[in-house]
Design a protein around this ligand. Sequence first.
Ligand code: FAD
Length: 499
Amino acid sequence: MADFDIAIIGGGINGAGIARDAAGRGLRVLLVEQNDIGSGTSAASTKLIHGGLRYLAHGRFGLVRQALAEREVLLRIAPHLVRPLRLVLPVNRALRSPWLLQLGLFLYDRIGGRAILPPSARLDLAKDAAGAPLKPEFKEAFEFSDCWVDDARLVVLNVLDAAERGATVRTRARISQVERADVWRCTLDSEGRRARMTARILINAAGPWIGQVSEHLLRLPGKLPVRLVKGSHIVVRKLFEHDRGYVLQNSDRRIVFALPFEADYTLIGTTDREYSGEPSAATTTAEEIDYLCAAVNVYFRAQITAKEVVGVFAGVRALYDDGSSAPEDVTRDYRLLLDERGRAAPVLTICGGKITTYRRLAEAALHKLSHHLPDAPAWTAHAALPGGDFAHNEVDGMVLSVRTQWPFLSEPTARRLVRAYGTRVNAILGAARAMSDLGQNFGADLTAAEVQYLIAHEWARSANDILWRRTKLGLHMSKMQRDALSAFLAGQAARAVAG
Ligand code: FAD
């Protein structure tokens, strides 16, 4: 008998989602991630759980319907990580008629099923606070609902749930060799150690690396129909005070988002640039920064340049190549490519997809493999992710009760902890009666207790894992504070080796 039913290469949102779903169906799952969980494209998204209004213009009704429906599913199973977000779409008559926008929003409101999120509305920008930061020539706008998600934490919590349901998780590990027989015989290299294991089914969920895995590791014949498209974001000091985001139509037919980010900042993105290099080397170019600043400057009174940019990040989409000429037109829908050859063990390759549809993708992947697997029903639509076992409208109540139990926490810190850990916040705060009981405070109220929790339960190792993926506190900390965290982690690692 093989050691595992399914071995998954890639701990991004798609690998994590499949691992969780499969483990919950009683399958023996191995998840292998070469770096940190969620360190690929999944931490570099715009962080929207959205139907994608612009995909309606491309006639992708199926994708939009499925994605719209997922907004409320994810809001219910991860009420700490996902929150409703109203998006303001200023009318720009030079680019699109308001009638066309209204028609799109009419469909957007109706095709996905909506019980929690409010419908779209028309705004008079002279009266509504959303008009205040915009140039006076923008007089009207539409406002509609989508959701925002902490993308990197969504990945981690899927992996955590998979592990709690029995999956084996190996981070900073790679499958370096495979032999395909009636099972996959795999060599696993992990931090200087080598192990051999077998799996009945292999899933290639390596995101922008799927082509490399397919060609160089699995040696499958032919080239995968994948197109790599890079997207960049910039972060600036906040351009507006309210908690809604903006969807800005650009003269090249694309749209750019300007979203509230980490209380004090605005996140602006994204770009679509054909990409052919090593995915981990993707960076934001000066040209992309100028493009994003220019897109925002059309609408906002405050004008920004590269000088105002305090952070950037880039990610690479691995899109299914549908033959579109422009990178922004390539489908964002996923494709599942199943390779079966006689009695040889199968491999399923995951192409494309969105954070928004990861859960449905996982269900579809297991359905595609169902003739190799025991019967088990889909279950993830109604099962809370770790810490998410409370109602979507109870966040404020949770913050209040956390502050009652741990009165030394400031409101923003209590809210951040509830948003990140939900009901599991107890595991960090425990019996603490004062901030000092939580150990060293590295800055921005990141304490040793939280860091130790992340190491013990969430596979965190490095300062980057903690500052940019498990939290986004890197934005709020000085270099000296970040260095202090690195030194603390080095000390912990040294003690672990000695012990
Ligand atoms: P990844 O997250 O890249 O995961 C693949 C993982 O595989 C990586 O962690 C990598 O280290 C690992 N790996 C690779 N090779 C190996 C190997 N040999 N061994 C072990 N591990 C390996 N979607 C939305 O729904 N909403 C958005 O707002 C949104 N915005 C986006 C903005 C941008 C700029 C981009 C680029 C994408 C955006 N997306 C969005 C899409 C979404 O981010 C991606 O579809 C999704 O993150 C892909 O996840 P993945 O698991 O396939 O890939």
